[in-house]
Design a protein around this ligand. Structure first.
Ligand SMILES: [Zn+2]
Length: 190
């Protein structure tokens, strides 16, 4: 049985058995928080549990490494929508130790693309058009610095209300312990 078939069969039983009832809530975050964290598999359940968050409490945005690639890209847009449309009034950027993006090597990713059949000419053409693929795929050396950088990007974003606290934290993907990098409440300049 394929993974897709497996999921669809399970889903049918899930809906028919009304298992969704325990998750019923609405689109507004009860704790008025938006979190940007990493897509790491270990954080999937651990991060909400370690922060006492349940379904309906927060808006959750995820990206590889909790990195905001571009001030006007999809991640930043999600944060802006969470704040202005969905009533989030506090922002948390949460990186984690042992993050895959700390070890990412753009040369190795490009080599793997080529091995899978992506034409070298396509890569050259993108670079010729001004796309810096190495920059685009780049990770970070230090997770605290990366979180700090993302906090500054959000805090100084021209479309973010300066009265909104932007916190920076690093979570341990084994124990769930949180280290505070930036306390956004102390940084607010009104
Ligand atoms: Zn990660």
């Amino acid at each position: 049985m394929s993974r897709l078939t497996d999921i669809l069969e399970f889903n049918k039983d899930f809906v028919e058995g009304k298992q969704y009832e325990q998750f019923l809530t609405d689109k507004f975050p009860d704790k008025k928080i938006v979190i940007l964290s990493c897509m790491d598999t270990r954080l999937f359940e651990l991060l909400p549990k370690a922060m006492n968050l349940k379904n309906g409490d927060v808006k959750m945005v995820k990206s590889a490494g909790a990195i905001i690639n571009h001030p006007f890209g999809g991640i930043m847009r999600s944060i802006v929508v969470a704040v202005y449309e969905l009533q989030a009034d506090e922002i948390y950027i949460i990186g984690h130790h042992d993050c895959g993006m700390a070890a990412v090597d753009s040369h190795s990713i490009l080599d793997k693309m080529k091995a899978r059949g992506i034409d070298e000419k396509t890569i050259e053409m993108l670079e010729y058009s001004g796309v810096d693929l190495h920059d685009w795929l780049q990770g970070f050396d230090n997770v605290s610095e990366s979180v700090h950088h993302s906090v500054q990007m959000v805090k100084n974003h021209p479309l973010i209300d300066p009265k909104i606290p932007v916190h920076g934290l690093v979570i341990d993907p084994t124990t769930g312990a949180l280290d505070l990098v930036v306390n956004g409440e102390k940084e607010i300049t009104v």
